[in-house]
Write a protein that binds this ligand. Structure first.
Ligand SMILES: [Fe+2]
Length: 225
């Protein structure tokens, strides 16, 4: 028998559970016409977002990094807190917080009160250096691309996937394995200004590249409430 509970209690419980329900929006529509359409849904699993940061943010972070990186050897270094807040509305902290708040609003249906950047670092890489698959700490992580290299024979590299050894410097997110009728990998080609937000626990790694120039990115771990 259904227990009689006050409406408010039911509403509050439903609100808490709603975040586990996927959007019923169509992922892909296949077919020549509406009558012939087959709609595909891809509702399960972790959610990633991509926004773009302004060129002011990119330029400021790049001038900071230019004074630190080596022109030949890759390295990782921490970005100091004050650097993140420089520029008011055109600061990294401001633009990243807005994107994280939008992410949480959509994914968890909650309004973000506060974001705390636990650690923010930059990665400078040259040809042939992979960033092995890993996960982060914290609730939310993100990556922002600041410089991208010129890939040798990119069309040739794109014949491969991450698993078959592509070397084009893409970022690859992994969730799951070889389950039938399911996806477990998504790869993105880095572009300057692209800012990805994803759950901190999600496995990801950057593949190596063959080519000229530096691949420079900024990554962070953040706690939200
Ligand atoms: Fe990472």
């Amino acid at each position: 028998m259904r227990s009689e509970r006050p409406d408010e209690e039911i509403r509050s419980k439903s609100r808490q559970l709603k975040k586990y329900e996927a959007d019923t929006g169509i992922f892909v529509r296949d077919g020549e016409s509406d009558e012939d359409a087959m709609d595909f849904f891809s509702p399960f699993g972790p959610i990633l977002s991509r926004t773009r940061m302004s060129s002011e943010v990119i330029d400021r972070l790049n001038s900071f990094a230019d004074g630190i990186v080596s022109p030949t050897e890759g390295m990782e270094f921490i970005v100091p807190e004050e650097q993140l807040h420089e520029g008011g509305h055109e600061s990294f902290a401001h633009q990243a917080s807005r994107s994280i708040a939008r992410y949480l609003g959509y994914v968890d249906k909650v309004q973000m009160n506060e974001v705390r950047f636990d650690v923010v670092w930059m990665v400078s890489q040259y040809a042939s250096t992979p960033s092995p698959v890993h996960f982060h700490s914290g609730d939310i992580s993100g990556v922002l691309y600041l410089k991208v290299p010129q890939i040798h024979n990119e069309a040739q590299e794109e014949l491969r996937t991450y698993i078959s050894g592509r070397q084009a410097g893409y970022i690859n997110f992994i969730s799951g394995g070889k389950q039938q009728y399911s996806k477990s990998l998504i790869s993105f080609k880095p572009a300057v200004g692209d800012f990805y937000v994803f759950p901190g626990w999600l496995l990801h790694g950057a593949e190596p590249f063959r080519g000229e120039g530096e691949r420079r990115s900024l990554a962070f771990n953040a706690f939200v409430r």
